[in-house]
Design a protein around this ligand. Structure first.
Ligand SMILES: [Zn+2]
Length: 214
């Protein structure tokens, strides 16, 4: 009996975790949601899922991404499972305020590559009544907070950390481990360049890289 109640509570909790905030029709207030995590954690998939649901609810949706990320396509947010929504690539985050078309929901992908003005841009949009959904890497390849992400996480109403699976031990992964020695902060790539790792396996990998370089 106790087990049954417990499993019901767990089910209720798991249900609530994945229900994102929605607009009440009567009073349109804006807010900021952040979806963050390591490489291969499904951030873009989660962004697209939320935007698709907003579209189904009859809301207008726009997406912006930094023009630096041209891995797949100039005009689409493309996640690793090909579930794409078209978007506008831009050079500077302030252009979001200039280029947006009165959408009620604005998605921003690969937000870690934007300048720090993105904080001001998201706050301004939220104050204008826009639901802002920001997806990005929370940490760079050294395990440090990445670009405007920590500030956005601080001011957001809702923060969701999604996890990958550690490719060394199979635990939940939070870090993006770079397999090559390249020192530049921005290095796009996929499975040949990065590995999702848990904190423990990430630190072991970093020490091994250090030893190799000395
Ligand atoms: Zn691990």
């Amino acid at each position: 009996m106790a087990n049954l109640v417990y499993s019901q509570i767990l089910f209720k909790m798991s249900e609530e975790i994945f229900i994102e905030p929605r607009y009440a029709i009567q009073h349109r207030k804006g807010w900021i949601e952040v979806v963050c995590g390591s490489m291969f954690s499904g951030k873009t998939e989660e962004l697209i899922r939320r935007l698709n649901r907003a579209k189904i609810a009859g809301q207008s949706v726009e997406i912006f991404k930094p023009s630096i990320d041209t891995r797949y396509d100039e005009t689409s947010v493309v996640s690793h499972n090909d579930n794409a929504i078209s978007s506008t690539p831009i050079h500077s985050s302030l252009n979001i305020l200039l280029m947006r078309n009165q959408a009620t929901v604005v998605g921003i992908d690969e937000a870690q590559f934007f300048d720090n003005e993105l904080l001001y841009v998201c706050q301004t949009l939220a104050e204008q009544g826009v639901r802002v959904i920001v997806a990005g890497l929370d940490m760079d390849y050294l395990g440090n907070p990445f670009g405007p992400m920590p500030n956005l996480m601080a001011v957001a109403e809702y923060v969701t950390k999604v996890h990958a699976i550690c490719m060394v031990c199979g635990d939940l992964a939070t870090h993006s481990f770079r397999k090559h020695k390249d020192q530049s902060l921005i290095m796009l790539g996929e499975k040949d360049t990065y590995e999702a790792r848990c904190r423990h396996c990430f630190q072991i990998g970093m020490k091994e890289t250090e030893l190799k370089n000395h």
